[in-house]
Design a protein around this ligand. Structure first.
Ligand SMILES: Cc1ncc(COP(=O)(O)O)c(C=O)c1O
Length: 396
């Protein structure tokens, strides 16, 4: 009998009851705007920032409207100007080059390795082309952060980390987003905490924190923040930093606070699911598992594997056959961007030079979400289906 998977790859878990209660309280008092507080009240957004800063061991935190907004704000806060080159990953998703384009800057794409991390040799060769690297930890894969930081520090290149897929991950025990000058996170529904839309930015740099806060639209109300620098820092930048409104509101913050408190447990649950699938796929002929370095603590909210050097027709056949059995696989090698996938050469507003070694890898990258609504049995079934279909096409 042919096994079929009937679950949904896009179904999230419900928002926790505690978060719903907190959201209802905000709705009942009606003060959704972060600066709309009564005397003595600490708003949900300010508390969220204070708690996330503490959780990440960061001095400052700013909550904003989206992960993409956090990235663009980070670029502005480190002084990126229109026309400036910004190094970034060739393997990432559209909001990353999009944030660079949104400030009028120019992405300079760096290749990807078979581990799906930024190619550090290619980065080293390009480090003299820019003074900022927007490092995307795409699909949660962390590169050798020791080597990367050493290279960037030596070259005087500021690192902005895109941690949209690594909230809760760590490199040698240090939380992702704490190595670079700024860490940016997304709280959008498909990420590790879910407020529909939302973003968080952390830093230890007081001027960056003050500028980001002004940029997000704090007017002159920055003293209502609990994880921002003192007013003396704002004094230095408040007249020269534009307002590019992108604040978080108290409703989203209320939904996020209980979820962040539960992050470690959720990470563990993701990894149980990820490990089941990885174990089920290992040693499938023709399929390469992306092995995780021992220094990395990952969050298995999605899984990638490679069908390296397969023809596009055969890859399409695997995807079709898995799809027919209910297993949704995304492919980064398709000729046209579909859904959330795209490639560096799909972003035609940005110039790119061909990266043949990366093209070979991207042509074989298969990508699958692992929502927490999947049971461990679901994960074993999904792995059996992929394994059978890859094997069938490989042997044909
Ligand atoms: C790699 C990556 N970076 C940044 C973002 C931006 O996050 P948001 O959707 O919250 O703007 C996303 C969202 O999909 C992403 O996948």
């Amino acid at each position: 009998m042919t096994e079929i998977f009937t679950g949904s790859f896009t179904q999230q878990e419900p928002i926790p009851e505690e978060a719903i209660d907190a959201a209802m309280a905000v709705l009942r008092h009606g003060r959704l705007h972060r600066y709309n507080v009564v005397p003595g009240e600490l708003g949900e957004t300010a508390l969220l920032e204070q708690e996330f800063a503490a959780q990440m061991g960061a001095k400052y935190c700013l909550a904003v409207s989206s992960g993409g907004y956090a990235l663009a704000t980070a670029l502005r806060a480190v002084g990126v100007q229109p026309g400036d080159p910004v190094l970034t990953n060739a393997f990432t998703l559209a909001p990353v080059p999009g944030s660079i384009a949104s400030v009028g800057a120019r992405p300079v794409f760096v290749g990807v390795t078979e581990n799906l991390t930024i190619d550090l040799d290619d980065l080293e060769a390009k480090l003299d082309q820019a003074r900022v690297l927007m490092l995307s930890h795409m699909r949660g894969h962390l590169c050798d952060m020791d080597r990367l930081m050493q290279m960037c520090d030596t070259a005087g290149v500021a690192v902005i980390e895109d941690c949209a897929h690594t909230m809760g991950a760590a490199w040698r025990g240090q939380l992702s987003g704490r190595q670079g000058a700024i860490g940016c996170y997304s709280c959008q529904t498909y990420k590790h905490v879910n407020s529909g839309e939302g973003g968080l930015l952390i830093t230890d740099d007081e001027v960056i924190a003050a500028k980001a806060t002004m940029l997000s639209g704090s007017y002159m109300l920055y003293e209502r923040h609990l994880a921002a620098p003192g007013p003396e820092v704002f004094e230095k930048i408040k007249y020269t930093t534009p307002n590019v409104s992108g604040r978080m509101d108290n409703l989203r913050a209320a939904i996020l606070r209980p979820q962040l408190r539960d992050l470690d447990r959720q990470v563990q649950r993701w990894n149980e699911r990820y490990d089941e699938i990885a174990t089920g796929l290992r040693d499938t002929p023709g399929l390469t598992i992306v092995e995780r370095p021992e220094q990395e603590t990952y969050v298995g909210s999605s899984i990638q594997f490679l069908l390296l050097d397969w023809t596009p027709e055969r890859i399409a056949e695997v995807i079709r056959r898995c799809g027919a059995r209910g297993v949704e696989i995304k492919w980064f090698g398709g000729a046209e961007p579909t859904g959330f996938t795209s490639r560096y050469d799909s972003w035609r507003y940005a110039e790119s030079t061909p990266l043949p070694a990366s093209d070979r890898i991207l042509a074989g990258v298969m990508d699958m979400r692992v929502p927490l609504t999947f049971s461990l049995d679901d994960c074993r079934l999904i792995a059996r289906i992929i394994r059978a279909e890859v094997r069938a096409v490989f042997q044909s």
